[in-house]
Design a protein around this ligand. Sequence first.
Ligand code: SAH
Ligand code: SF4
Length: 393
Amino acid sequence: MTAPLAAKNTALTPDLLALPRKASGGLPSLIGMTREALGAALVQAGVPGRQAKMRERQVWAWLYQRGVQDFDAMSNLSKDLRASLAEHFQIGRPEIVTRQVSKDGTRKYLLRIEGGHEVEAVYIPEEDRGTLCVSSQVGCTLTCSFCHTGTQNLVRNLTAGEIVGQIMVCRDDLGEWPEEGDTNVGAKRLLSNIVLMGMGEPLYNFDAVRDAMKIAMDGEGISLSRRRITLSTSGVVPLITRAGDEIGTMLAISLHGTTDAVRDTLVPINKKWNVETLMQACREYPKLSNSERITFEYVMLDGVNDTDADARRLVKLIEGIPAKINLIPFNPWPGAPYKRSSWDRIEAFAEIVNRAGYASPVRTPRGQDIMAACGQLKSATERARKARPSEVN
Ligand code: SAH
Ligand code: SF4
C-alpha cells in the first residue's frame, strides 16, 4: 500500500454529533456476562432452573444476534419475565458522547463509561472488510515512548461489557442488526473484523478481554470468527501462551525495535521480557501455523529504528516464525519526541522485508483528519474535551 503520507488537514467533517445520553439506572448490565453468568442471572430474576438453558439461549440471541436494547422487544419471553428482567437488569451500552466521521469513512467514537471516564473506538471501512479498533483500558500502565496513550496513567480496566459494548455501539451506528425474519444474516458484514489496538494493553486486562472476545465469537450471537480478531500486545510474555489457549484469536506483537537497547527505550516492558524471550514466546504461540501467522508491528521512527541494518535484523529475528510484518508510519502527537521516517526510508525498509519473503504492508494512516490513527487516541480525546469544556463533568 503506497498511499500518500501527507495528511490533508482540511477534512474534518461537520459531523461532530452530540447524541442523547441514556440513564444507566445503576442496575447490572447483561452485556458482558458470560453465557454461564447470564444463565445464573436469569435464575436469579425468577426463571425456573429447568428453563434456564432455553431462556439463556433466547436472551443471548436477542442481545447479540438482534442487538435489542429493550426487554420489551424480547417477544418470545412472557410479559412477566420481561418485566422481571427489566426490574433486575439493564442492557447497557457505553454512551456515545461524540462520533466523528472522516472523509475516508473512518468513524471515531468517543464513549463514556461508568464513572464518567472516556474511551475511544475507531471503525475503519476497507474494500474487503470493516475493522473496529477496540480499547481495553482507560489509559495504560505501560509507557511506550512513541505512544500518546502511554503518557496517560491507567485510570481503570474496562469491563467485558464495556469492551463488547464498543462492538455493539458500532453495530448500532452502522445499522447492522438483522430485522426479524431477515435470512441474510451471513451476508457481507460492515463490521467484520476486530483489532484490540485501541487504548490499553489487552493482556493486562486478561479476563475481561477474554470474556468479551468469547462473546464476540459466539456462534449464536455476534459470531465473528477468531481469525477475524487480532489481539495486539506490547509483549507481556507470561500471558501470550495463555492468550492462545484461552482466547485463541490472532496475535500481533508490538516489536518496534530489533535490539534490546533500542526496544528498551521504545517499549520499556522489554526490560522485563527482552527480545529473545519475546521471540521464544511467539514460537510457542499455540495457534501458530502458516495459515495463522503472527503480525509483527513496527513503527517507523526517523533515525531511531529505520535503517537497512534494522530491517535485516528484523528479518533474522523472525526467521522460522510464520509471520506478517506491519510497518506503521509513526503518527505524531503534540510534544512527541519522534518524527515519522521519510517515505523513501519506509519503502527501502519494506523492500528488504519483502525480499526476505514477508508481506509487509505499510499501514496507511486512516482518519487523519479526525486524529483516529494508532497511538493518537489520547490526544484526540483531549482535543474534544477542550472543544466542549462545559459538556464533560
Ligand atoms: N497496547 C497494545 C495495543 C494498543 S497499541 C500494544 O501496544 O500492542 C496498537 C499499536 O499501535 C501498537 O503496535 C502500538 O505500538 C502502535 N502505536 C502506538 N502509538 C503509535 C504512534 N504514535 N504511531 C504509530 N503507531 C503507534
Ligand atoms: Fe500501552 Fe500499547 Fe501504548 Fe505501549 S503502545 S503505552 S502498551 S497502549
